[in-house]
Ligand binder design. Structure first.
Ligand SMILES: [Zn+2]
Length: 408
């Protein structure tokens, strides 16, 4: 058995997990999105996010396809900020993701994010502003752009001094008032494990890859019925998709949650049950005593090149890992009673597909195809749908919970 290093660590207890979430909230509260203002017209629209410190913006999508997504790395939106149409922006929302505060905008046809920049305190304004300009993409001959036009924005908040009283006044505000209903949906990426020339585990009746795909489609249907989610599958047919591509699909989609579906196999035909995996912290000191007990498990691991996953692991934010653990707990609770669970069913692992930075990610092993009862269960459409309905309920619960946290 090779040394597992950080890859296999005891499943964090509920108490530990919650403590870590609380700690990360305190630690990441450094940069806050205090307020969002919009100005401009159908020629050019400017969005200004007032920040109490400098932050770096990461463009996920420039909006050419109708939806613009930008993440302020490490920043915090203490509650969801949203508002109505202004100029080229049809709808917008600032909310919290694992990687930071995220701005999502539905844009008018032909519009895109033209430029974005951080303005340091200046001209009597003593806080940072992250500015995003939306404009129509040039048609035909390229037009020369002069200096940015002056846009009429609502007057900024004046920060007199950095006292506690002032800080209290800077609680997030909703500007303009909630005049529209929220049309932006949470993005769920469902990853059906294996596919094509990679069949996964083999049971008595067939391959893992087919069960995974059928389950992914059932979960997609369940989630879309609710009208609350946009669902992206990493594959919707029997094709081979490299692990790196699956990770990239999740990032490009601006995923709020990444769920990988697999079916297990083990050396013991009696071994059965579902289990849930999240990416663990690198607490090597704690890991050693659990390695021998779980050797059988690592046979199903997809970790691949350890060097590559170590690098990716370092990019993954602690806050994202805590969110993953939170969802994993809810998921285990919902699966209980629908499918047998392994004795310690929530484990931490270094699965490649869980390594997308900034995207909360969980891998669900739905059961063992090497166990006759589990295989029959997983190949039965009715049972499988029931299990996926439970997973859908867990996703509902997870987002209801994070909304509650955000609005406290
Ligand atoms: Zn698998």
């Amino acid at each position: 058995m090779k040394s597992r290093g950080w890859a296999l660590i005891a499943a964090a207890s509920v108490a530990l997990g919650l403590a870590a979430v609380a700690a990360s909230h305190a630690a990441t509260a450094a940069v806050r999105v205090m307020k969002v203002r919009l100005g401009g017209d159908v020629e050019q629209t400017r969005i200004v996010m007032d920040l109490d410190q400098a932050a770096t913006g990461k463009l996920i999508s420039d909006g050419s396809d109708g939806r613009a997504v930008l993440v302020l790395s490490g920043a915090t939106a203490l509650s969801d900020l949203q508002g109505g149409a202004q100029g080229l922006v049809k709808d917008w929302l600032v909310d919290q993701t694992g990687g930071g505060a995220r701005l999502q905008m539905d844009l008018a046809a032909g519009a895109h994010i033209k430029r974005r920049f951080l303005l340091p305190p200046a001209d009597g304004i003593d806080h940072y502003r992250y500015v995003v300009d939306v404009a129509l993409a040039p048609t035909g001959m390229a037009t020369q752009t002069a200096a940015p036009p002056v846009l009429n924005l609502p007057p900024p908040v004046t920060l007199a001094t950095a006292t506690a009283a002032v800080a209290a006044k800077l609680r997030p505000q909703i500007v303009p008032a909630r005049t529209t209903t929220l049309t932006l949906k949470k993005v769920i990426v469902i990853d059906a494990g294996h596919g094509g020339h990679d069949p996964g585990a083999q049971g008595q009746l067939g391959y893992e890859k087919d069960i995974n795909l059928a389950a992914a489609k059932a979960l997609k249907a369940r989630l879309e019925r609710s009208g609350r989610y946009r669902v992206v599958l990493t594959r919707d047919a029997d094709v081979y998709v490299p692990l790196e591509s699956r990770v990239r699909i999740a990032q490009r989609a601006g995923a709020d949650l990444f769920l990988s579906l697999h079916s297990d196999s083990g050396p013991e035909p009696s071994l059965r049950g579902a289990s849930v995996y999240t990416l663990s912290d690198k607490a090597t000191g704690r890991s050693a005593r659990f390695v021998s007990r779980d050797d059988w498990f690592m046979k199903a691991s997809l970790t691949g090149d350890r060097g590559v996953s170590d690098i990716l692991f370092d990019l993954t934010q602690r806050a994202t890992r805590n969110r993953s653990a939170g969802f994993a707990q809810i998921l285990v609770g919902q699966i209980e009673g629908k499918q047998t669970l392994l004795r310690r069913s929530q484990r931490d692992a270094g699965f490649m597909v869980l390594l997308a930075p900034d995207v909360p990610a969980v891998l669900l092993e739905m059961g063992f195809v090497s166990n006759a009862e589990d295989e029959a269960f997983l190949r039965d459409a009715g049972q499988r749908n029931r299990l996926m309905n439970a997973v859908g309920d867990a996703i509902d619960d997870y987002f209801a919970e994070s909304t509650k946290l955000a609005s406290r």
